[in-house]
Structures are given as C-alpha cells and as structure tokens.
Design a protein around this ligand. Sequence first.
Ligand code: GLC
Length: 414
Amino acid sequence: MDDGGALPERPRGVGAGPAVTVPSDLRDRVRAVMEAHWREVDGHGYTVPNATVYPWQWLWDSCFHAVIWAELGDADRAVRELESLFAHQDDDGFVPHVTHHGRPDFHADFWGRRGTSSITQPPMYGHALAELHRRGIAVPAGLVERARAGLEFLLRARRRDESGLVTVVHPWETGADDSPRWDDCCPGGFDLRRWKQVKGDLLATVERTPGGAPVANPAFAVAPISFNALLVWNARELAAVGGPPAPGLDALVRAVEDRWDEHRATWVDGGATAADSGRVRTSDALLATLVDRRPGPVDRAAAELADPTAFGARFGPTQVHRGEPTFDPSAYWRGATWPQVNYLHWMSALEARRDAGRRAEADRLAASTLAGAVASGLAEYWHPDTGDGLGAIPQSWTGLVLVMTRPPPPDREG
Ligand code: GLC
C-alpha cells in the first residue's frame, strides 16, 4: 500500500463539498505511469493499460487515456491515442476492442482475424472527443467521422432485444467481464474456471456481417443497461463536438427508462438474463443516470451509491451491492471498486450539479476514488473497504482521479 508517505499534501476544494486532500505529486505520479505505458509502434501512438498484464491497445481504456493526456496538457498524445484506436476500424464502422499493434498474428486464430480482436467495448470515444474539444484541443474532423461511424454501427447493425435495447455479443464487450449480471449464461451457475471456458467458447457463436463485424450472439443475447446507457451518452457527447445527431436515440433512452425497477432501485438488463441475473444490483447498471434523468430514479441511485449498506464505501463505491449473495469485495468485477466506473458516476453527478445534492455526490465520489487510487498505488481496481490494490498495478486509467480532483472545465459549470 502506498499512502503517499511523508510527501507534502495540499487540500483542494472540489465543487462545494468537503475539501479533498490531493497528494501534491499526484500529477507527477500519473504522468510517470502514462509515460511508462506510452508505446510508439508502426507510426501509431497509444498507452497500454499495464505494461505486463495488458500490453496492447484497449478500446475504452484508450478513450480514458485520451482524457488523461488532455488533463496532463499533452494534446498531441490525446489525439494520437484516439487515431490509433480507429486504425483498424472496419468499413461498416465496427471498432475492435483490442489492437495488437506491430504483432498482427498475435491471437489471430483465437479472434479469427489479424491485428485486432473481433468484438467491441463501450464506445467511450464520443465522450473522449467531447472532453478534448471542451479543453480547447482541435479535434480532427476525420476522428469525429470515425466515431460517428462506430456509434452508428452499434445503433444500426446490432441485434435488439424485445425491449428495444442493443445487445452485446460477449461479456468482454461490456468491459465488466465477470459481472454477476451475466451469471445466467454460465451453465450450472458462476464458477471462475467454468466461466473462463464459457468466455472462450462464446466467440464461436457470434453472428457476423459478411465483413466480419459482430452483430449478435444467440448464446449471449444480453442487452446490458450499462452498455446501452454508455452508447446513448457517447452519441450525445459526440453531438457536442459537431457530430450529426444519431438516429433513434430518443427511443433508446425510453427503452432504458422502461428498465427502472423501483423495488430493487436498479435498471434491469434486457434480453436473455432479464428474469434473473440481469437484475443483480451493480454500480455499472446505475450508470443509466447518464441518460435517464428522471429525478426519482436518479436520486435513488445516488442514495444507493452513498449508502454504506448498499454500495457506499470509504474507497468505493463497491461494484456490486453489499446485499447481493454474489458480493465479493476482492473479486474481479464481483464487488471491488473500479475507478473508471466511478469516474462515469462522477460525470453523471457533475452534469446535473445545479442540484446541490448531486454536487455533493460528485465530491464524495472524487474523494473516495482518490483515496482508493492513492492507497492502491493506482491499481486497476481495489478493495472498497481497505483500498488494497487488485489486478494490474499500476493501471493507466486510474489517472482519471487527476481529472476528478480538479475543478470542472468552464463548459460544465452549472
Ligand atoms: C480487463 C477489464 C476491461 C479492460 C481491460 C484492459 O479485461 O475487464 O474492462 O478494458 O482489462 O484494461
């Protein structure tokens, strides 16, 4: 555990809430990790999530990295990171979730294509481009067009479930690989070894366009609230950069709103898991607040995130509600806290911060996530009650705490 040692610290007020004590060298620490993780390969520039555990370019990680580079004042790397992300985008808009720059044959048999994986991840590039734009970075028109095509592919080509939500073809597409939300898809119930096997096998049943882009998977016909909320939000963010409005977004927002379950205080996934594991209370499902702005659900979700008997935690929030039988605070995507999810909740709270309650929520999220990031040594994820680092350490995306502990850029003032 790294608690900052004897380094001088300076308090910094975030929003209107309690002051957050930010280590004075936080920026240097984040910069050091990002510099160490920067790669130049075949003319592409990108940041690996971790040098040994994740030595390639990942989709949603890179979008967060672009925001961190922007925060560090490096506009060039912020833009190059996104350009490299789209280097292998298909003509029909599909963006692969991992790119093996410089090693096109790596895992080519596994993925069934060279150079990249053959599934996607939450399309965070709409937000990344908007964030760069808000910070005064010139966003190339070609990048906006690529992002538009990526979002449009998901909105147009992806199979919908009966509720109108977009389905994913694989748990990895959600970014939340082992979430208990997918447990119905693990025959015999969740078991780590069996689930690993299932994740490998699920690639075989993905249905694809003639060009190879993934559009459906009968063996994983899940329509996660988190993925849908992020899809809508990123499309809206992209519109803020001058991208054309994506077609059909309002209907998708209504489909998300329809999934609110007042009794469980969560949004329930659509598709194959809707009756059972798709109802497990997870913090990523509460990201629906990015698009469902009705005060009732939004206030309940915010209260749940803060409540210590629900998701609330000193280094939190937890990723799974403490009352769920599957809650395990040390386990990968089954209870530990994830900084990028917390960042998105912080964004959601910030966007509505004319409301004093949500402004205080943003401050709480920033303070607890910062505490965990520092205690864990900028880990990939960590124990929500102890701050013990878990997964890859250090992880690039945890640099998002630098953004969370700064006053918001002017365009987001309430
Ligand atoms: C893990 C995470 C995924 C992330 C990847 C690289 O697979 O579950 O969300 O993109 O690592 O950091």
